[in-house]
Design a protein around this ligand. Structure first.
Ligand code: ATP
Length: 440
């Protein structure tokens, strides 16, 4: 039986992943967790999201096959199973036990949605949910088609995210080990040893987006008053558990490993002729101009097969912007990111420099090939002539300028990355040049 929920929190508090741990704790007394619980990120450009547009999905049943250590909640170890036996738990029992937990753990201004189903929704719903803005009717039609049970609070918009998350079939996937603070510590300053995070990052190469080596900054501890202590992201469950044992913090209340679509680039639309606001695209083109605007943002225009696009590198992306400062007209780049409505820019979250144009600077007027003297300018953009021999040259004497940019992929610092963006580390790549305050 699949259980999916979304939109129980708001900027004022609560956390849907914490509610998922409460549900796991409640139901695992009688049934088993099949597969890891899932944290499915949906379209990051949805205007009404609270933070990371995450939907939570779990499957409960009678487990069989390999048993995997998945978490510890209130002192009890939690395991998940590779497969489910044919037995299905009673839908009504699940619903009656979950609804009080949702009521207890939802913010008054949230719009919670719970979907419980024996059948999985069509995979196409996941792709719509992660790449487009979905009409509620489409979600409701699919819920009807698979005969799922629905429970809504507020305007119930959470059912859209819930059914889209349930529709995910992990192709590329990653894991995140989330740790939670005891309730009486929520909203207070988090106590932890930063150097232990650096140590975990250095000793566990399968982890990513937790520590920013370039600037020595932590990217895994939230600044919000939510129940989470930290989220350790990576590709191996065993490494995440090792990491948890390395990272030193104040006492934890619980931890759970979630299977996620984070770090996969699933939200990116390729080869599209049109660019609709609130969706994310990959576009390639030739640089035609660049400018810095107030607030420290950089806008770079590129000419693509389907017209001109302004790529924006915004201030929070920090030294990533220095790449744009160093681009020149004629460079060919590929950029991926969210298309904004206003200003109409593609908000860059990763850039590929495909080719770097040669750049020349004038050093002097040309020399006459007849007498060797310096030629004189005929006028602005009209070339050069030798007074004595009357020879002509259209171009001055130039030398090639040094270009600091190199071909390859570039990304913002870990703390400024989108959950869904695939980090270069997961692509097996390294940024070819590190820009720090316009210096290498
Ligand atoms: P958090 O990450 O803190 O759990 P959130 O960022 O997931 O919060 P929500 O409060 O869950 O934000 O709000 C997202 C809302 O948008 C939900 O109601 C969800 O159903 C809806 N939603 C998600 N994806 C789409 C989509 N592609 N189209 C339309 N609505 C969507």
């Amino acid at each position: 039986m699949y259980v999916a929920l979304d939109d129980t929190d708001s900027v004022n508090g609560n956390c849907t992943t914490f509610l998922a741990t409460e549900i796991i704790s409640e139901l695992c007394e009688e049934m088993d967790l099949i597969g890891y619980p899932r944290l499915v990120r949906l379209n990051p450009a949805v205007p009404w999201k609270t933070r990371g547009n995450g939907s939570l999905v779990m499957k409960f049943g009678k487990g069989k096959g390999k048993k995997t250590y998945t978490g510890n909640i209130a002192g009890r170890d939690i395991f998940c199973y590779e497969k489910a036996a044919s037995y299905e738990p009673d839908e009504k029992v699940i619903i009656n036990r979950i609804i009080p937990l949702i009521k207890e753990n939802s913010e008054p201004d949230a719009n919670p949605g719970l979907v419980v189903s024996r059948r999985k929704p069509s995979q196409s719903l996941y792709w719509k949910g992660v790449r487009t803005i979905l009409d509620r009717n489409i979600a409701e039609n699919e819920i009807r088609r698979i005969g799922a049970f629905v429970y809504e609070m507020g305007n119930g918009r959470g059912i859209i995210g819930a059914v889209c998350g349930m529709a995910w079939r992990p192709g590329d996937s990653t894991l995140e080990l989330l740790t939670y603070r005891p309730r009486d510590r929520w909203g207070t300053e988090r106590i932890f040893e930063p150097l232990s995070i650096m140590k975990a990052d250095a000793s566990l190469p399968s982890t990513f987006n937790n520590w920013e080596e370039r600037t020595q900054k932590i990217a895994m501890v939230p600044a919000t008053p939510c129940p989470i202590m930290y989220g350790l992201r990576g590709d191996s469950g065993a490494d995440l558990i090792n990491g948890k044992n390395i990272i030193k913090t104040e006492p934890l209340d619980r931890w759970v490993i979630f299977l996620t679509n984070q770090g996969t680039d699933d939200h990116i639309i390729y080869n599209s002729k049109e660019r609709v606001p609130n969706q994310s695209y990959y576009v390639e083109g030739k640089v035609t101009g660049s400018r810095r605007i107030a607030g420290g943002h950089v806008f770079t225009d590129i000419l693509t097969k389907h017209g001109s696009v302004t790529v924006g590198a915004y201030e929070p992306s920090k030294e990533f912007r220095y790449l744009f400062d160093n681009l020149c007209n004629g460079d060919i780049i590929g950029a991926m990111g969210e298309m904004r409505a206003e200003p109409r820019t593609l908000n860059a979250e990763k850039v590929r420099v495909i080719s770097v144009a040669d750049r020349y600077a004038k050093v002097s007027n040309p020399l006459c090939t007849g007498c060797g003297r310096t030629m004189e300018s005929v006028g602005r953009d009209k070339g050069y002539r030798c007074r004595k021999c009357h020879t002509f040259s259209a171009e001055p004497k130039r030398i090639g300028s040094m270009r600091w940019v190199r071909e390859g992929w570039y990304e913002p610092p870990a703390a400024a990355r989108r959950h869904l963006s695939k980090p270069l580390k997961r692509m097996g790549l390294e940024q070819p040049v590190e820009f720090v305050n316009k210096r290498m």
